[in-house]
Design a protein around this ligand. Structure first.
Ligand code: MG
Ligand code: MG
Length: 267
């Protein structure tokens, strides 16, 4: 059942989303060779609690940590550990927070030092596909239009679009209806309605779309061992148009990047 949110609820959800955005911005300035993902996790947990919120992933479905950290060939759901990051790695960081009983949930794939041109392009295209998906989230469209936009952009580049893991509705629970696949047919799926809040999150592989699950019960990696990227935003449908509740601006401030990519989706 899809649960549309009132404008008051959407303002509360924006608060939750922004706590995650700020957490990722803090993490951005800590990511460098030699740092461990467990160190990042501890920093994120303290930061979220200092901002009057609760880590959204910790204990959810028994997940053991605050962050999902997925380096290189890991797609999503990696568990923080004591392995130091290395020059040339990429690291997807997915973070959730609960404030005012509402969840925020978004993700960004960071580079550790200099990465190869093929990885840079994978990150650029995956993020572009996120915005293509967000553009398709509008009145008159259906959920399949979002997946179609993401899939066509990424498959045109020869990338693998993960099928088993999808975006989702967001609210007082982390995963609400509808499921938001990163693939689909134009005009298919549920209608996009006013007040809908969803997490759009392309998970895109440099090689095959196929994945495997590790024996830890969590970590998902690409079947061919090639890198994978993951970007996620939280978006509300307001006045028939997509409005971002989350932002990458705190990340860009930390990294000294200027970007106007979010301007079309701001209030
Ligand atoms: Mg997420
Ligand atoms: Mg999500």
């Amino acid at each position: 059942m899809i649960i549309p949110k009132t404008t008051e609820e959407i303002e509360l959800m924006r608060e939750s989303a922004l706590i995650v955005s700020k957490t990722l911005g803090m993490i951005a300035s800590e990511i460098k060779p030699g740092v461990t993902t467990l160190q990042l996790d501890r920093l994120a947990e303290a930061f979220i609690r200092d901002h009057g919120a609760i880590p959204g992933f910790l204990g959810l479905y028994d997940f053991p940590n605050t962050l999902c950290v997925s380096p290189n060939s890991q797609v999503v759901h990696g568990i923080p550990n004591n392995t130091p990051l290395e020059e040339g790695d990429i690291l997807s960081v997915d973070c959730g927070a609960i404030k005012n009983d509402f969840y925020g949930d978004h993700a960004y794939t960071f580079t550790v030092g200099e990465v190869s041109d093929s990885i840079k392009k994978l990150l650029t295209i995956t993020k572009a596909s996120l915005y293509a998906g967000i553009t398709a989230f509008k009145a008159g469209n259906r959920i399949g239009d979002i997946g179609f936009a993401i899939q066509s952009l990424c498959e045109n580049e020869g990338y693998g679009v993960v099928r088993e893991l999808v975006g989702h509705g967001l609210g007082r629970t982390m995963h609400e209806d509808p499921e938001v696949p990163n693939y689909g047919r134009k005009g298919s799926g549920k209608k996009i309605v006013e007040g809908m809040v969803i997490a759009i999150e392309p998970m895109i592989n440099l090689g095959t779309k196929n994945i495997k699950q590790h024996s830890d019960g969590w970590t998902i990696t690409t079947k061919d061992g090639l890198p994978s990227a993951h970007f996620e935003h939280n978006v509300a449908l307001l006045n028939g148009k997509p409005e971002l509740l989350s932002t990458f601006d705190y990340i860009y401030q930390s990294l000294g990047i200027s970007s106007d990519e979010e301007l079309p989706f701001r209030a």
